[in-house]
Design a protein around this ligand. Structure first.
Ligand code: PMP
Length: 377
């Protein structure tokens, strides 16, 4: 038998041959790169109110939470953030986690206690897929955005099911038919779990998210998860839903109980970000304008792109190497764009992922658009 590091090396060579090696690049503070790759949709990671709130909490509490909430207690910032998020999303109650990934693991595992089937959209995020794996109940993959297929799966199932989807999908940027899905789930007594990561702050009145925009806020058979790291510019995750379910997560959610609480400074910064985000209609309108403009420009250049439903725009590339070269050329010219290849793309294709950022100036945005088109394969 070969040594384990030789076996690891062989796998690395196979990935390299398939064009699937990932690069860790340096990022300097205050560099002049125009960001169309991150998820700082509203530009709140650097908003003065957000940074000041985080700095104050840093002074008050120090760097880390120093333990889980159950061990070290709930700071005022954690409690205030949870009520602010519940109020914003129109939910009964909310629980904050140290990442969206951990929130998703918790919610899917928790429904495993009261459901006996999970129906998961084929394009769901890795965190939801992993949540399905640890739920301990059978999982059926539903064709992407297909309420009729979900209906068939539920009709054939005698027990209680949970249906899981994203609201805005993270790679393609398309919107799930949430109202139709909810019609199907409620008709069959199933739960609907929606990951609102890419819609919170962008869709709905005051940016309350995709679930709110679909008229489902506060529904007792809908559970919402989101990350606090995208439009809110911070870090952490949230699950929002009926108080009894949130109580269940506090008592049984392993990624809540055994995980150190998110740092108070981050929580305080995110709380400030919620207040800014609710009032940020101007930033949301600017994003919608930019999304339509960039999609039109790329269509003129011959690419098959849709107007983004929120802040994510997907541009097909001829293959993984072409996608990497396109992104590298853009970066060399000062524009950061996302490059997605298998296994990060649900359908095995390669593409650029452009993410809008209201913090980018108009001049930088116009130049970025030009660079992306000029560097196209
Ligand atoms: N869900 C979706 C749809 C995401 O795109 C992400 C972030 N990549 C997550 C969950 C995980 O969130 P976090 O980065 O806060 O762990």
């Amino acid at each position: 038998m070969t040594g384990w590091l030789e076996a690891i090396d062989r796998l690395a060579r196979e990935r390299a041959k398939a064009g699937l090696t990932r690069q860790l690049r340096p990022r300097a503070a205050g560099d002049s790169v125009v960001d169309l790759a991150g998820n700082d949709y509203l530009g709140l990671s650097v908003h003065p109110d957000v940074v000041a709130a985080a700095r104050d909490a840093l002074d008050a509490y120090g760097l880390g939470a120093t333990g889980s909430r159950l061990v070290r207690g709930t700071t005022e910032a954690h409690a205030d953030l949870e009520s602010a998020l519940a109020g914003w999303l129109g939910a009964d109650s909310a629980l904050v986690f140290s990442s969206g990934y951990l929130a998703n693991l918790a919610v899917v595992r928790a429904v495993g206690a009261v459901c006996d089937l999970v129906v998961s959209d084929a394009y769901n995020h890795a965190s939801l897929i992993d949540g399905c794996k640890i739920s301990g109940i059978p999982v059926k993959k539903a064709p992407h955005n297909d309420p009729a297929a979900v209906e068939t799966m539920l009709r054939d199932h005698p027990g209680r099911a949970a249906v899981i989807t994203e609201s805005v999908f993270s790679v393609d940027g398309d919107l799930a038919p949430l109202a139709e899905l909810h019609e199907v789930t409620s008709a069959h007594g199933a739960l609907l779990i929606v990951d609102d990561a890419h819609a919170l702050g962008l869709l709905g009145i005051e940016g309350a998210g995709g679930v709110a925009a679909a008229g489902l806020a506060g529904a007792t058979d809908v559970l919402v998860t989101a990350t606090l790291s995208k439009a809110l510019g911070g870090a952490g995750g949230v699950v929002a839903g009926p108080a009894a379910f949130i109580r269940h997560l506090v008592d049984t959610g392993r990624t809540f109980i055994y995980d150190t609480a998110p740092p108070p400074a981050v929580v305080a910064g995110v709380l400030a970000a919620v207040r800014v985000a609710r009032a940020a209609d101007d930033r949301r309108a600017e994003l919608a304008r930019r999304g339509a403009r960039i999609a039109e420009r790329l269509r003129e250049a011959g690419f098959d792109v849709r107007d983004p439903a929120a802040g994510v725009l997907s541009v097909p590339a001829p293959g993984p190497e072409a996608a990497v070269a396109w992104a590298a050329d853009c970066r060399d010219r000062g524009v950061a764009v996302g490059c997605f290849r298998p296994p990060s793309t649900p359908d095995g294709s390669s593409r650029l992922r452009l993410t809008l950022n209201a913090g980018v100036t108009e001049a930088d945005f116009a130049n970025a658009l030009k660079v992306i088109v000029e560097c196209a394969p």
